[in-house]
Design a protein around this ligand. Sequence first.
Ligand code: GTP
Ligand code: MG
Length: 475
Amino acid sequence: MRRDVRILLVGDEGVGKSTIVTSLIKESFVPHVQHIVPEVTIPPEVTPENVTTYIVDSGAGPQDRLHLESEIRKAHVICVVYAIDNPNSFDRIPTYWLPHFRQLGVNVLKPACVHALKRIFALCDANKDGILDAAELNEFQRKCFDAPLQAQELEGIKAMVQEHAQGGIRDEGLTEAGFLYLHTIFIQRGRLETTWTVLRKFGYAEDLRLTESFLLPKFEVPSDCSVELSPLGYQFFTDIFEIFDKDMDGALNSIELSELFGTSPGNPWAAQKFPDTTLSDDSGSVTLQGWLAQWSMTTLLDHKTTLAYLAYLGYPGEPRTAALQVTRPRKTDRRKGKVTRNVFLCYVCGAAGSGKTSLLRAFANKSFQPTYEPTSKMITVVNAVDIDGSEKYLVMQEFGSRYEAETLRNPKKTDIADVIVYVYDSSDTNSFSYISNLRQQYNLDHIPTLFVATKSDMDLAMQVGDFRESDVVKR
Ligand SMILES: Nc1nc2c(ncn2[C@@H]2O[C@H](COP(=O)(O)OP(=O)(O)OP(=O)(O)O)[C@@H](O)[C@H]2O)c(=O)[nH]1
Ligand SMILES: [Mg+2]
């Protein structure tokens, strides 16, 4: 955050710049003022934003030129003043003052604004061909101004851009350069409000950041319920996948993926070894199935990320929360013996080295790794499973030996588990007793449970502990 703001007053001679500054200090109109009043400093305590504010006066005569130019370069805000009784002083804003600022290297569009407008352009470019065609421009106009663009207006805009901005029009449509040029023109012609309307409609606040309330609209989740994507949500993620699958090979490679996330802060799973977490093709590109599974998992574990990304990626519908749905409470599902949820959470527990990670990798169709790497932080994978002929998603989570007990001890964590898989190494005598101990120590018996014996390709060892062969699934 900036700690100080320099506001410079400029404008033709005699329009009243120094009088504005003097009136501000004296809190009344002063008929005779200095030609240029000295700089005024307003301490942070008395400003609403708690920043030091400098108000700088300037003169428009030839003798003031050097001072004026250096102040224009230093200013954070330039306030152009004109006199109502002098129409010429208004006309000179676009013809003299704004071009003068540009000559001095002051841009009408600040970098943060350019960044925001480029992002808006990318979102409006529905088919991602780098051009806003008539239909896309119309949709933009409708969203921002609640009115379609008349064919004549559109032609007028295109002709103007064509004439003044190089590369602003291509194949009858508006390019990014053309879009930015239009906003420069709006601002230069004093129609700053037009650009602000666009920015606000796309969720930007005065600081040119997306507002918290835009990214995270209110969405209540009652306890014991979970959040899933609604059909609308799945449709959106399917559509965006297909638009960005430029080579149409049914998978997003790393370039396609980074283009898809171009309007967001980046891949939300970058720290989680994605796409090892879900289905991908041989070259490691995420497939549509894997992509939808990954979003199903994200929505289950952290629906706020999904909500924010729906915003970042330009979910078109209103309200955006319609892309999500809240499930029936788990308890109701269990009581009625009928499962209405579509995404399930499974904890995978077991002794160090028993084969949990290998099980997770196999579940996400990843190759077997013979070298042992103990898991130090949580791993989560997802895949679709068939339950009575309908497709559901199963999310499998391994905590890493340091955090396993911590998780099982925490009722908030165990309450959200739909099933626990206990893994033991059938070639290791002590492996089963580890899970018997876990189950004795923590109250987990109310959670549906599955035992999985691993390493059945190795010599079988007698297990120590409360062991029943019939309870166990071998792999
Ligand atoms: N032969 C054989 N080796 C396996 C099998 N499953 C896992 N392994 C090997 O056993 C070792 C440990 O497997 P992991 O999957 O890393 O075990 P883990 O339970 O995740 O271990 P921690 O994360 O340390 O708790 C690795 O070297 C695996 O390659 C199996 O079915 N057969
Ligand atoms: Mg592991």
